[in-house]
Ligand binder design. Structure first.
Ligand SMILES: Nc1ncnc2c1ncn2[C@@H]1O[C@H](COP(=O)(O)OP(=O)(O)OP(=O)(O)O)[C@@H](O)[C@H]1O
Ligand SMILES: [Mg+2]
Length: 251
């Protein structure tokens, strides 16, 4: 459960920027929410505040009933490692580590046994189609491959909450489909609560609900019907449909 109350964020600089101007919403546990809105509307700023990567100017945030803004730095780090996954818009991978090391890092920091974290990270790298890139350095990976490592890293701790900032921005159609189906499955099967930023209207159909930000305020929301969601899950971003021989047959 994510509860956000009157969240405001003003970046102080030579020219102050009011990036969030009083945003309030609740997301029940296990809901997959797409966050949309024009560039500069405050989407990344909102995710940063929710994930304890920055401090809001005012307002309240409860994650699973925990008032995260009152946590000490140590408790905040621990909460983030255990209960959150985060896909950064700019990936934020560690260049000195290879792909699989980046992916298993959160589990290593949690003190999980090496054999176990290699197994979990390896399985996720396989799911995102990178099982043949495990030992590549980050600089040796394409943009889309780096993005998929960042996704694997955000999923390894099977956290209750996942924040994903345009996780498909650099992916081709096939990989967009793979990632969106994976997120939908994690939501359905693990009950993960997901807040995903996207610019593509087609991607929101994988979610349960859409929040639209404009100029630092919530502008509107939309609920996605189960039928639309099923349709997206089965046909959205499918590249195998046109190559299916049955599809080409005249009846
Ligand atoms: N560190 C910062 N200092 C000052 N202003 C900032 C900072 N980060 C963001 N902003 C400003 O805050 C506003 C919201 O930025 P934010 O990155 O949240 O937008 P966004 O909705 O994620 O956009 P995009 O779709 O381009 O990623 C913008 O006007 C931006 O210029
Ligand atoms: Mg952004």
């Amino acid at each position: 459960m994510i509860e956000v109350k009157d969240l405001q964020k003003t970046y102080t600089g030579k020219v102050p920027v009011h990036a969030l101007k009083g945003v309030s919403f609740d997301i029940p546990s296990g809901q997959f929410v797409a966050l949309m809105g024009p560039s500069g509307s405050g989407k990344s700023t909102l995710l940063h505040q929710l994930a304890l990567l920055d401090t809001p100017t005012s307002g309240g945030i409860l994650l699973d009933g925990v008032d995260i803004l009152s946590l000490s730095q140590h408790a905040a780090t621990d909460f983030r490692l255990r209960h959150m996954g985060y896909v950064f818009q700019e990936y934020a991978l560690i260049p000195e580590l290879n792909a699989i090391e980046n992916a298993f890092l959160p589990l290593m920091l949690l003190g999980i046994h090496r054999k176990e974290y290699i197994r979990i990270a390896g399985d996720l790298m396989d799911k995102v189609g990178l099982s043949d890139r495990l030992h590549h350095l980050i600089s040796e990976l394409s943009g889309g491959e780096q993005q998929r490592v960042a996704i694997a890293r955000a999923l390894v701790n099977k956290s209750k909450i996942l924040f994903a900032d345009e996780p498909c921005a650099n992916l081709d159609t096939e990989n967009k489909g793979i990632v969106l189906r994976l997120l939908r499955k994690l939501c359905n099967e693990l009950g993960q609560t997901i807040l995903m930023v996207t610019h593509e209207p087609e991607q929101r159909e994988f979610a349960d609900r859409v929040l639209w930000l404009r100029d630092g305020r919530l502008e509107k929301e939309e609920y996605i019907s189960k039928d639309t969601q099923e349709e997206a899950l089965h046909n959205g971003y499918r590249t195998d449909i046109s190559s299916d021989p049955d599809y080409l047959k005249d009846d």
